[in-house]
Ligand binder design. Structure first.
Ligand code: AHR
Length: 503
């Protein structure tokens, strides 16, 4: 099976916003407690944060982390998480039916973000609360001092404001499950007024308004149109969320779902363009794909806890998907889609980062380890910075019901002109056949092979575990031929590959 690709230094999609490789920490399950925070742990720092987790997050070079939810934020009082830890209240978290001890709040999270070298992306509660809570939180976080909330921050030990730029106006407000769920008009009005108030404080903030929770919501895509009608001139991004599952155990169909993702992005980009034209606006709104991942392996296991059958446990194991090798390919295809849509998708957050549908897992009191999906995320985040290239791709394809023809070759490429690198991220969706890949390279000058990494396994169901964390790890690829502006490589069936060339 043969595929040919042409890459030209001048055929570009867009500069990639580094925040395309963001992630997400929610007060959910063990993401925070025994995830990033475990004061008694052997590696805990002075703030009780696990250094072993910090190291793994730093390895991923995560540029931005969304916090504190998710569904959690829609009934969250941010004030519960400030002040002396011993006087912070325990609250019932209605989103996940658990108890929240509030031992981690904005100060602890901000210190952790500094330790992992990531920007904060904060969400305000527009479910059970509203504009007033949002403006107070903003004042607490970003105002230097001399006002009630900023002086409280100073009294709580942080003199400098954190100057957080990116703020989410609520979470999944179209979802009937959301505490304080609203219609598109109700939410659009509230989001507009909240954005206006936040901009009155600082016009340079980057504000994210909620789009649909997924492309199968009955109100999609009318929700986007209505919400943007209300908010277009006050916001910078609209959020999209999508989770992937393969309950049917059909690999070919599962790996085709990134085409649905692509259609979802195109549709919302179309709605944005429509509202922009309707408003005669010269300003652009982009997409913040601030929740995406595979999520289904843990759903049966979690049912009883989420139904409240176990009472109100503190930090129970929830949404702890055990990712298999097949998910490596899916995550590779998803990241390729974001790179190929880097002109409209500026922020994206892998949901989530630690323990909860996460690339990083921890054992309480024990080690931290990498799930299978850690690796495609690692390669894209570390090597996928620069300019996304518009590739010409010719590949055999297969038909999928409801989607159409799906290319066996899934590919994206990033050119870093400063470092003189060209990096290809490649997935072969074919179950049995090697893809003889031929890439014509034009306009890059002479290139040599800098790195070739492969993720492949004979068993698509294999998982890494705490006991055997290295069943799926990258290995060096072989057989790349590079001559006369052509690259040739055999991409083995159901494999992920990163090939990086150096000028
Ligand atoms: O990431 C898990 C949950 O998925 C989030 O809390 C919510 O926003 C989404 O439905």
């Amino acid at each position: 099976m043969k595929a040919t690709v042409t890459a030209h230094s001048k055929y570009t999609i867009s500069e990639i916003d580094p925040r395309l490789y963001g992630s997400f920490i929610e007060h959910l399950g063990r993401a925070v407690y025994t995830g990033i925070y475990e004061p008694g742990h052997a590696t805990a720092d002075e703030n009780g944060m696990r250094r072993d987790v910090i190291e793994l997050v730093r390895e991923l070079n995560v540029p931005i982390v969304r916090y504190p939810g998710g569904n959690f934020v829609s009934a969250y009082n941010w004030e519960d998480g400030i002040g002396p830890k011993e006087s912070r209240p325990t609250r019932l978290d209605l989103a996940w039916h658990t108890s929240e001890s509030n031992q981690v709040g904005i100060h602890e999270f901000a210190a952790w973000c500094a330790a992992v070298d990531a920007e904060m992306m904060l969400a305000v509660n527009l479910g059970s609360r509203g504009l007033d809570e949002a403006r107070n939180f903003l004042e607490y976080v970003n105002h230097p001092g001399g006002s009630e909330w900023s002086d409280k921050r100073r009294a709580n030990g942080r003199a400098e404001p954190w100057n957080v730029k990116v703020w989410c106006l609520g979470n999944e407000m179209d979802g009937p499950w959301q505490i304080g769920h609203k219609t598109a008009d109700e939410y659009g009005r509230l989001a507009h007024e909240t954005a206006k108030a936040m901009r009155a404080f600082d016009n340079s903030l980057e504000l994210v308004v909620c789009g649909s929770s997924n492309a199968h919501m009955p109100t999609y895509p009318e929700w986007e149109a209505t919400v943007l009608e209300h908010t277009y001139n006050e916001v910078d991004y609209i959020s999209l969320h999508m989770y992937f599952e393969n309950r049917a155990k059909n690999t070919a169909n599962y790996l085709a779902r990134s085409i649905e993702l692509d259609n979802y992005i195109r549709t919302v980009a179309g709605v944005i363009a429509y509202i922009k034209a309707k408003k005669r606006s010269s300003k652009d709104v982009f997409i913040s794909f601030d929740e995406w991942n595979v999520w289904y392996h843990s759903k049966e296991r979690d049912k009883a806890t989420l139904a409240g059958a176990h009472g109100w446990p503190h930090a129970p194991a929830l949404l702890e998907d055990d990712y298999n090798f097949e998910d490596v390919l899916q995550v590779g295809c998803i990241l390729n889609t974001f790179i190929n849509r880097a002109d409209v998708v500026k922020i994206a957050c892998l949901a989530q980062l630690v323990n909860v549908i996460a690339p990083i897992m921890t054992v309480p009191g024990g080690q931290a380890w990498r799930q299978t999906i850690f690796y495609p995320y690692f390669f894209a985040s570390v090597y996928g910075r620069g300019t996304a290239l518009k590739l010409h791709v010719e590949s055999p394809s297969y038909p999928v019901d409801g989607i159409g023809e799906v290319s066996y070759l899934d590919i994206s490429a990033v050119h870093d002109a400063g470092k003189r690198t060209v990096t290809f991220f490649i997935v072969n969706r074919h179950g049995t056949e090697t893809l003889d890949l031929n890439i014509r390279l034009e306009g890059f000058g002479a290139l040599t092979l800098a790195e070739d990494q492969v993720l492949a396994h004979s068993d698509i169901n294999v998982t890494n575990t705490a006991e055997s964390p290295n069943k799926v790890v990258p290995r060096e690829g072989e057989g790349v031929e590079l001559s006369d502006g052509r690259l040739a490589a055999g991409i083995q069936p159901l494999s992920y590959r990163m090939i990086r060339l150096q000028g």
